[in-house]
Design a protein around this ligand. Structure first.
Ligand SMILES: *Cc1c(COP(=O)(O)O)cnc(C)c1O
Length: 394
């Protein structure tokens, strides 16, 4: 039986997996200690749980345990990575390279750094959202201290060639940060083989709780140094003070473990459903996919992502018409500002097509019935809005 509403906004957040919830529960009540309390068993038990999660996360991405710093989420991780590196290496140079399609937590941090005297190069993206590594090399100067390019894009699902980017950076002695929030546990990601020096991610995009994230900071050579942004008791090797959220960290560890174990099957399944959805929607006229072609270039796109423009129909009007399917127009953050998505604008597909774009985010719990339902509802709504409602037309 189909349960409504249908949730197809898994790039915005995901439900907590019941297996994750279960391991978290005792850490609210019984094992409630402060992981920084060194003088009693309550503290030791909490610390042990935190270190177990840290090990799990480190193992998953090819890092060492000490290279994982817990934060409140990927937004904070991105802020810490960019501002922390910028400040620590300001004596060497004040140039940063990033991409035009980054998440606002990277993009706006770069804007803030520009206001404080740093210079930032925003690499353009091609029509599929990929940056050009030749342009990256050309942009590098003797003052470049950091390159920040996301692994997988949260709007159009584009997977950047981070291994190649990492190699370019390593050869030139420039630190490489990647926002891996959308890729962790969904596609192959390994900081060692892909030459990543800093990486951000969180729990709530991989069926863990909200409000917990991590930053991987390389300690092995080449060692990445950071200036802390939150001062206090010196938690997390002094890089991020504040009492650790033990239940959330325990859940994060479990979420990562499950994601890793089920990654291949899950990717296959979400991609199959995504292809079903695309097949269904593409049978309508004037429906264009944004980002890598899901058929021809499937390997360059997150398996659960589909971003589609219904030409001639306003995305907000369409979402209001299909209220029982939860999706988003552009990114959730950008749509709150009623401005066209900067990611889609960077693809140079025009404002009209940008304003008619809907992002579908499929996930672990998406079913075939839900996809069939979504196709039917969208087909009917697009047809209706194109004929009867001039107000809904872009
Ligand atoms: C969701 C997301 C973030 C922000 O993560 P929070 O933990 O919600 O702060 C950053 N980057 C990308 C790519 C995301 O998808």
């Amino acid at each position: 039986m189909l349960k409504l509403p249908v949730y197809l906004d898994n790039h915005a957040t995901t439900p907590v997996d019941p297996r994750v919830m279960e391991v978290m529960l005792p850490y609210f009540t019984e094992t409630f200690g402060n992981a920084a309390s060194r003088s009693h068993s309550f503290g030791w038990a909490a610390e042990e749980a935190v270190e177990f999660a840290r090990e799990n996360i480190a193992l998953t991405i090819g890092a060492e345990t000490k290279e994982i710093i817990f934060t409140s989420g990927a937004t904070e991780s991105n802020n810490l990575a960019l501002q922390g590196v910028a400040e620590a290496y300001a004596y060497k140079g004040k140039h940063i390279i990033t991409a035009a399609t980054e998440h606002p937590s990277v993009f706006d941090t770069c804007k803030a750094l520009e206001r404080k005297g740093w210079s930032v190069t925003y690499l353009p993206a091609n029509a599929e959202g990929l940056i050009d590594t030749q342009q990256l090399m050309n942009a590098m100067t003797e003052y470049t201290v950091l390159v920040s390019i996301m692994h997988a894009n949260n709007e159009i699902g584009t997977i950047q060639q981070i291994g190649e980017i990492g190699e370019i950076c390593r050869e030139r002695g420039v630190l490489f940060h990647t926002d891996a929030t959308q890729s962790l546990g969904k596609i192959y990601f390994n900081v060692e083989s892909q030459n990543v020096d800093l990486a951000s991610f969180n729990a709530h995009k991989i069926y863990g709780p909200k409000g917990i994230g991590a930053l991987y900071v390389r300690r092995r050579a080449p060692h990445a140094r950071l200036t802390e942004q939150i001062h206090g008791g010196g938690h997390e090797r002094g890089l991020r003070s504040g009492t650790l959220n033990v239940p959330a960290i325990v859940g994060f560890g479990k979420a990562v473990q499950i994601a890793l174990e089920s990654m291949i099957d899950e990717a296959r399944n979400t991609q199959r459903l995504r292809d079903m959805l695309w097949n269904g929607l593409a049978s309508m006229t004037d429906v264009l996919v944004n980002g890598p072609d899901p058929v021809m270039h499937a390997g360059q796109r997150l398996p659960g992502n589909l971003n589609v423009s219904f030409i001639g129909v306003n995305a907000d009007a369409l979402m209001m018409d299909v209220k029982d399917v939860a999706v988003s127009a552009g990114s959730a953050c950008a749509s709150a500002q009623a401005e066209p998505s900067h990611v889609l604008m960077a693809l140079h597909i025009g404002e009209q097509r940008t304003r008619s774009a809907i992002r579908f985010g499929l996930g672990r719990f998406t079913t075939e019935e839900e996809i069939d339902y979504t196709i039917d509802r969208y087909a009917a709504a697009v047809k209706r809005l194109r004929t009867v409602s001039p107000a809904a037309v872009v």
